[in-house]
Design a protein around this ligand. Sequence first.
Ligand SMILES: Cc1cc2nc3c(=O)[nH]c(=O)nc-3n(C[C@H](O)[C@H](O)[C@H](O)COP(=O)(O)OP(=O)(O)OC[C@H]3O[C@@H](n4cnc5c(N)ncnc54)[C@H](O)[C@@H]3O)c2cc1C
Length: 511
Amino acid sequence: MTEKMNRRNFLRVAAAAPATLGAGSVFAASTSGTPAPAHWDYEADVVVIGCGAAGLMAAVQAFDGGAKVVVFDKGMSPYHTSTRLNGGCFAAVGSRIQKEHGVKDSPEAFVDNMSAYGDGMTLREPALTYARNSGAAFDWMVDHGLAPGMWQPYNGHTNPRTVRQKTYNGKDYIDVLVRECNKRGIKIHHDRALQKVFYDEKANRVLGVACGNCKVTETAHAAKGVILATGGLTGSPTEVGKWSPVLSDAVTIGGGANNGDAMRVVIRDVGTPITHMQYFAEYPDALATGPGRGPQIRYQYFVDEGAMLVNKEGKRFVNESLAPTLISPSMERNSDKSMYLLMTTDQFERATKKYPFGALLSSPQWTRARWDTELAKGRVIVQGNTIEEAAKKIGVDPKGLLDQVAEWNQTVASGRDLKFGRTKFAGKFEGTHFFMAKINVWVCLSMGGFKVDKHLQVLGWNDQPVGGLYAAGETVGGIHGAHYLGGDACGFAHTSGYVTGRLLTGQKVVI
Ligand SMILES: Cc1cc2nc3c(=O)[nH]c(=O)nc-3n(C[C@H](O)[C@H](O)[C@H](O)COP(=O)(O)OP(=O)(O)OC[C@H]3O[C@@H](n4cnc5c(N)ncnc54)[C@H](O)[C@@H]3O)c2cc1C
């Protein structure tokens, strides 16, 4: 006889059969109830957990909608988040800047791009909510003092829609949101990790939360709802490796507090499924200067100057002009899971004239002097007076590489890359001094998390929305599908915060 399915049974089944959650046994479900405490430390309309772009934007919007807002965060500062670390690229449809550039676009076209890029795995409804409100969210940031960015079309978006901050990082966003929180007197309660969600199972309604550390616990009642904005998993290389073993030795970067523990609490107390946990944004651009660490080398800027990507055998293996996250799977199939950038010193110097050095290495700490120090170590960057010398130093087959360069020069002369379909050429590969860099996988974004509906309301074990529970930012699963399109994670974090904060307080959003 089939056992009647209810939340308890869902939790029991989910714990016994991790595949239901797409998880390993890391998430143990409890069947205990979560009744409200006898006394609440805070009475709020909206409780926000997390203070990255998603959380702060949600808090400000809810406040402006008249809500009493309480924000809890496990970390010590909004400047320790993935948002702060990010590359400063925001994708939006219908923003003023997009209109000023005369681009004709639509939310549907945006989601079609996301879906095509994400191997059809994008969850269309919440993705459309992002697309429909992204222009308004971006314009809100601009209206509140976001430093002017550069209109910088990104591969994979058929219509240009990305703006890159001139600093190439996310400090600009956090500056705006912290300033707006301060103006409104919104206090962030730091060092307060999510410990419990109080859930009335009969009424299917989240009542509030408990947050704290090993010494203190504080409870907050949420009359209108709780917004989970606790980021993804990339603060923890261990968690990333658990969900995707192929990434166990990848360079992983993200807000230090982001390890999925909030997800575990919500699964335990409410019984929410999670989805798309095996997907991460895997960039083929880590300069792994140490185990699991190192900057991101923006090899594309060197490729634009005519540099080549080869494998350990010295052979090209991919169309270098593809968007980075589409190159990663090919790189991971190489014999040593790496790829090698070969460039002439002229190509290198040309790129350094076009971009700040910290942008080429995606880190303000990476100066030319630091590059030279790493070069002197001769581990991941080398220099040679000949191609053979550079190849030998970095461990690439010199003969294979020389043959490849000769073949490439014929390809350039013919103007047709019959093997891989590269269409942009920057002249023959010729020079007298060469750099080579060894490149590995770099992970900065997890794409799995809570399942949400078009209102960004978290879905429960029965695929129905859980009353009073919303999610925003990287903790939401399935927005990007299997691959992420540049600018969409930052765009989604801000926009989902914008949408949830406004929805909970009855303000206008487009659903
Ligand atoms: C290096 C890097 C570069 C990137 N570049 C880009 C880019 O250019 N464009 C783009 O679109 N995306 C980019 N991304 C991804 C994008 O920045 C993030 O997806 C987005 O900023 C996430 O915002 P968030 O508010 O969801 O999470 P975060 O900004 O990480 O904030 C999460 C918050 O939750 C808190 N928290 C975590 N766990 C708990 C808990 N248990 N209890 C309470 N609080 C908790 C954390 O302390 C933190 O304050 C990049 C990411 C990184 C790391």
